[in-house]
Design a protein around this ligand. Structure first.
Ligand SMILES: [Zn+2]
Length: 299
């Protein structure tokens, strides 16, 4: 499994205040540019095969940016549009699965970073879907400078514990702040072979490029991350995915899915992998926080 997660520093930073002094010079320049001027990391919009994760949950994202499709008898729910350039890849994936993109009735907006929400206005234009945004992501969405000058659509604002229901499927929002102030994970029940699994679409625990000491834009970032790690471990997660495939071992799991024979377990059933993932990212957080605190003390 890849461990560097392939994130160029600067690609995920929210603004010029949120990078650390450890990033190397050319990337530091990238981090100083407004988010809308950032080049998209190479290959992130490349296609990735659409596939069923379990039951009515499908992956329709790109090579590096997750988008999920939840199918119901009353229409489709799309979660995360990624970059505007990602939208044709998502459209092709929805079509490849045999569904009609125009049947998307609800768009659950991704967390407040360009690589998850830039495509929202285009998907709204193409489908007329109701756009659901987490309350604490609203200020980011409202101030987001879409490269085409489009306004980010917001039709419904949700809080921790709120639900989105369509055609008999209900998703529940879980606030897990830190990566962004309003990072929302979503849970839903998934059935396979007569068993119901706790499905969980994680937001992100990634800390790359983040400033924990004296962060004027996000003063309680450390407290939020600590509470989020604790809360993240409390869900009885069985089947899981995340906003980037690298976080949940998509390449490896997809390879297993392709090779799956009758009777083999669904590779996306991975409760231990989820807990290990939370522990791994908490450790990264602790290490980077300690380093940043030591550096601040030494100055
Ligand atoms: Zn992000």
């Amino acid at each position: 499994m890849r461990t560097d997660y392939g994130f160029p520093p600067g690609a995920l930073t929210m603004n010029k205040f949120s990078f650390t002094k450890t990033v190397i010079c050319p990337l530091l320049l990238t981090a100083l540019l407004p988010v809308t001027a950032l080049a998209q990391p190479k290959g992130w919009n490349d296609p990735f095969p659409a596939h069923k994760i379990m039951d009515n949950l499908y992956y329709v994202g790109t090579n590096q940016l997750s988008s999920f499709l939840i199918t119901t008898p009353a229409g489709l729910i799309l979660m995360s549009t990624d970059y505007e350039e990602s939208v044709p890849v998502i459209q092709a994936n929805v079509k490849a699965l045999g569904f009609n993109f125009k049947d998307i009735k609800i768009l659950i907006s991704g967390h407040g970073h360009p690589d998850h929400i830039e495509g929202d206005p285009l998907v709204k234009e193409l489908t007329g879907a109701q756009v659901v945004v987490g309350r604490l992501e609203v200020p980011y969405a409202e101030s987001f400078k879409n490269p085409k000058g489009k306004k980010q659509p917001i039709d419904r604002i949700v809080d921790d514990g709120d639900t989105v229901t369509l055609g008999g499927t209900t998703l529940t929002a879980h606030l897990l702040p830190g990566h962004t102030k309003g990072c929302l994970a979503w849970s839903l029940p998934l059935k396979e072979n007569g068993k119901t699994y706790y499905g969980f679409i994680e937001c992100s625990l990634n800390i790359q490029g983040m400033q924990f000491v004296d962060n004027k834009d996000y003063p309680n970032i450390v407290e939020d991350f600590r509470a989020t790690h604790k809360k993240a471990r409390s869900f009885p997660v069985e089947v899981w995915a995340s906003s980037h495939g690298v976080f949940y071992g998509l390449d490896e799991k997809y390879a297993k899915l392709k090779a799956r024979k009758e009777g083999d377990p669904n590779p996306f059933i991975d409760p231990q992998g989820y807990q290990a993932h939370v522990n791994e990212f908490e450790k990264k957080f602790d290490d980077v926080l300690a380093a940043q605190l030591a550096k601040a003390k030494g100055q």
